[in-house]
Each structure stands twice: as C-alpha cells, then as structure tokens.
Design a protein around this ligand. Structure first.
Ligand code: ATP
Ligand code: LTN
Length: 337
C-alpha cells in the first residue's frame, strides 16, 4: 500500500511490565497523533530488550503487554502498522550491514551505551548492548522513515542514523531516506517525581518517582501528591530554579491541554498542595480507563496476536524491499529461488 504521506517510525522496549508517564508523554502520545497525518510504523523492540539479561517468560508477557498498552493508548491498527521487531527478520539482517559501516570509536561514543554499560558493570555488558544503536539505525532505515518520534534521550541515536544513511548513500548510491528526529520541546524529557534532576526512567529512578501507567490509580495519586517540590511557594514555570514544580506543570499542561501560563494564573496565591491534589485527580482520570483498556486487550490474546501478525506482514513488505536494494548495492549475489 503506497502512501504519499510522510513516514514515521518508532519503537519501545518491552523491558518493564508497565509504561511510565515519560514513555507516554515523551513518545507514545505523539505516535497516536501522528497516525492521523503520517504513514506510521510502530514496533515493540524485543531484539533490543535482550541486550541486557532477560527472563524468557517475562519477555514474552511484556511484549504482549507493551502491544496492549499501545492499543490502549490509542494506536489503531487501521491507521498504523503495529508489529513486533523479531517478527521481521530484516531488522537483524540490515543491522549487520550497518554494523560493518559503523566505526568502533563512533559506537563507543553513544552516551546511552556508556550509561547502561557502567550500570551493568563494563565487563558484563554484552556486545549486543554495544551495537544496540546500530540495530536502531537499521530499524529506522528499513522503513525509509522521514521522522522518528522519540524523547530527548534518543536524539543521539537518530543522529547516528542520519550519519550512517549519508555514509551508505555516499558510498553505494542513493538508497536511504535521511530521517529527522521528531521531539516535542514540552515533553522531550519528563523528570523523576522524587529527583527532578534525572529523567523518569524504569531502570534508573526510584520507584516512588516513576508513575507507572498500570499502577493502582490510588498509588498513582499518592506518588503525585508526594512529588518533591522546590523551595518557595510560588507556582511558576522555571525549569532551572524550580525543576520539581516545572515538571508537574508540564505534565499537567500536556494531559489537559491547558497552557502553562493559564495554569500559573489559576494557581496564583495557591500552594503546591493544591496543584498536586488537582494533578493527582487528572492522573487518576487518565490512568483508570487506560488500565481497563489494556486489560481488555490482554483478555483476548488471540485478537492481539492477530493484530501483530497483520502488522508484521505489512512491515515485512516494506522492509524486504529496502533490504533487497541494500544487498544489491553492497554487491551480494542475488539468491536464486
Ligand atoms: P530505560 O530507562 O530502560 O532506558 P526508558 O524508560 O527510557 O527505558 P524506553 O523503552 O527506552 O524507556 O523508551 C521508550 C520511549 O520513551 C523513547 O522514545 C524514549 O525517548 C521515551 N522516554 C523514556 N523516558 C522518557 C522521559 N523521562 N521523558 C520523555 N521521554 C521519555
Ligand atoms: N532505543 C529506543 C527504542 C527503539 C527505537 C527504534 C526508537 C528501538 N528502535 C527505532 C525509535 C526508532 C528507546 O526508546 N530506548
């Protein structure tokens, strides 16, 4: 199905049971919006998930759970292509070619690799973790994506994708679309509720600072109400001097569609407590139906697997074409069937 809409592609790892608010506001929310205007490909990146140790049972459950959450968040299989990365073997195949084009030093400069390697212990980090960004490059280039909707932490990987696309095109002739990152300023980085100097993240944060979308709504309300705020009592957006309150304002503003200035005005003369109580309510109203919808998809695994099978079929049609062209440009002899 050819489309003259610009193409977007993105992925999310099935490494935790529940998405957190940073995943949703930083990425998934944009995915939902972009399926209306773009030819959209979204995937659960299970190949990426095994770059750190994984339990097979959990990985399988979390992959379906991730797909269920994406559907619950509003992805519509009629409007986008939703699939699981390992269902499309071309990802690993193109990644090999991209690995051979990437400098060792270049890969060593990826900050997420450096962070994760030091967290797991440099000796225990796998070669897969080292080439994780190169697999991501292959993910993006296979679909000739024009834009990649992600959070700020993924910018460097999109830059690497641009560099490798240009390098390949320069060496072998025009083959790949050079993609742009699609990162919204307001939600590029959602911060930990307990430590607003670090990003909300399933692997690095304190559990109290991470809002998991599938938590009991009551627990979510509690986390919001006990969020760390800043000295002073004024509710104004000032990311540098008031990171805690600014983070809450960003979350509030995005979830309700109310501008930050309007919120500042609404809370003039009121304390942090009032802001947090109201935001807790907004959060509960958001997560309650989200949890219910996720459960509905999980209750019907056959339908879920069918959606993913159709998605993989659509994805493969595009991926196979790009891979065949790449193999040809590199100089591989075509396999006779
Ligand atoms: P990890 O902590 O293990 O690195 P993660 O919590 O960052 O995981 P990913 O699956 O790596 O989650 O990310 C999925 C998407 O969510 C990516 O596009 C990423 O940029 C975005 N994202 C993750 N955390 C945040 C955040 N705190 N603010 C904005 N976007 C985020
Ligand atoms: N590394 C990304 C997940 C990811 C991705 C992609 C994002 C894998 N492949 C392709 C955009 C495009 C992350 O969120 N940690």
């Amino acid at each position: 199905m050819a489309s003259d809409r610009p193409r977007v592609l993105s992925g999310i790892q099935p490494t935790a049971g529940s998405f957190h608010l940073g995943n949703y506001l930083g990425a998934v929310r944009q995915w939902v919006a972009l399926q209306e205007s773009h030819d959209a490909f979204y995937m659960v990146v299970d190949l990426h998930a095994i770059t750190v140790p994984q339990d097979p049972k959990e990985l399988r459950a979390n992959t379906r759970l991730a797909a269920a959450q994406l559907l619950a968040a509003g992805l519509d299989p009629q409007r986008c292509t939703l699939f699981v990365q390992s269902h499309v073997p071309e990802h690993a195949q193109l990644a090999w070619v991209m690995n051979c084009l990437t400098g060792f030093g270049e890969a060593s400069r990826m900050t997420q690799f450096k962070d994760k390697a030091s967290r797991h212990g440099a000796d225990r980090a796998s070669v897969g973790l080292f080439t994780y960004p190169v697999l991501q490059v292959a993910d993006i280039l296979l679909y000739q994506a024009d834009q990649v909707p992600v959070g700020e932490d993924q910018r460097q990987h999109v830059e690497l994708t641009r560099d490798l696309a240009e390098r390949f095109n320069g060496r072998f002739g025009d083959t790949f679309t050079v993609p742009q990152p699609y990162i919204l300023k307001e939600t590029a980085k959602i911060f930990d509720l307990q430590d607003p100097s670090i990003k909300m993240s399933k692997s690095a944060s304190t559990p109290k600072g991470v809002v998991s979308l599938l938590d009991e709504p009551k627990a979510t309300a509690k986390k919001v109400k006990s969020a760390v705020t800043d000295t002073g009592s004024e509710i104004v957006y000032d990311a540098e001097n008031k990171p805690g309150v600014s983070n809450l304002l960003s979350i509030y503003s995005t979830l309700t569609g109310t501008g930050i200035a309007e919120l500042e005005q609404k809370y003039t003369g009121k304390g942090y407590g009032a802001l947090k109580t109201d935001l807790a309510e907004v959060m509960v109203d958001f997560v309650t139906p989200f949890r219910d919808r996720t459960q509905q998809y999980l209750d019907d695994p056959e339908t879920l697997d069918q959606i993913l099978a159709k998605g993989a079929e659509k994805a493969r049609a595009v991926a196979a074409e790009t891979l065949a062209e790449t193999y040809d440009k590199v100089g591989f002899v075509p396999a006779k069937h």
